[in-house]
Write a protein that binds this ligand. Sequence first.
Ligand code: GLU
Length: 451
Amino acid sequence: MMGIDEKLQPILAEVKRRNAGEPEFHQAVHEVLESLGRVVAKHPHYLDLALIERICEPERQIIFRIPWVDDHGKVQINRGFRVQFNSALGPYKGGMRFHPSVNVGIIKFLGFEQTFKNALTGMPIGGGKGGSDFDPKGRSDGEIMRFCQSLMTELHRHLGDQTDVPAGDIGVGGREIGYMFGQYKRLNNRFEAGVFTGKALAYGGSRARTEATGYGNTYFVQAMLATKGTSYDGKRVVVSGSGNVAIYTIEKVQSFGGKVVACSDSSGYVIDESGIDLALLKEVKDVRRERISEYARRRGADAHFVPAEKGSVWDVACQVAMPSATQNELSGKDARALVKNGVMAVGEGANMPCTPEAVKVFQDAGVLFAPGKAANAGGVATSALEMQQNASRDSWTFEQTEARLATIMRNIHDTCHATAEEYGAPGDYVLGANIAGFVRVAEAMRMLGVI
Ligand code: GLU
């Protein structure tokens, strides 16, 4: 990676000044601006039109109170967010995250990344993100429902199938989407299926949406490996996390002949030399919502659990690493350990899981590196397919939907690859993704006037 072009430095300084105390947002903007020096050298009019400054400023930011009553009758207060980042390409689109770490800076970083990711899919979707500092851990089903209903009592007025279309993210899956959509439908007196994606099949969801992010990352890394004449077959793979993204990454990698030997949650990781037993992992994490140590306990002699204080999942030797937990989960130190152990490809299933230092370590070592905004775009791309099915009141088969996903991922890979080459940095998928995503959004904004 290179530094930031002189002409772009004042833009970053202004973003930092205007968004003080939001390190993740600064990090995301910094990373994109590092790639844009070559773009403004070629197209100086982007600077005259202040397109970069405009893209760094969200179109609208909504922050609101979420009061709700817990199971003991106590009133609880959380904070809700929706950052409507950019609608040049279509309605705002992006997930909702429920996690105690959520604040406006985190939502802004996610909305910023989402804008370029969505552009890369080639689908007509703008970028947005939302969420709350609500912690779902240990909450009953009734508490989750009352919280979701209270959140939507405010948020509903800002949404619409042509305006802003949320989905899931960390802490928000099918159950939460059902409760939010149910309340939206009630308040608007409209069955507006396309206002939410990630819905259950029973009321307008798409087949393959649940699998799409993990499958998509697997396809992207497969395409990168193919540029070096190799594949997953027989390779050791480590996938961090054990949520929806991780589970379906493991499933797809295994179907391509890769051996996934470790996965994790925030309490630690499990190593399983005979390969992760996916049915057991789903039972522990998805059905029973237990800690990952439970996997090792039930798996017996084959697997063992290492608590988070005793080490990182990235200490486990592998040829392919797929970080699928959360932002900044893979440090420079972790990257050096992976390189030492012979990693050859990294695909980001989560949003910004590798620190800037880690990305540099991988790129300097010649490791194939796929940034999240390209590699994990399969989730939101399949959300756009869900919107398409809703708009035509249709429902596609799993095979049809997955085939579309596979084509989209192949196109994203090829676009990033070709863009990196065009801009004089062959093999640099970070540069390719940032430039291709940026140019799509910037071109649409240019045509729409000063907006
Ligand atoms: N939260 C997912 C992401 O980071 C999916 C967003 C969506 O489907 O709208 O891309």
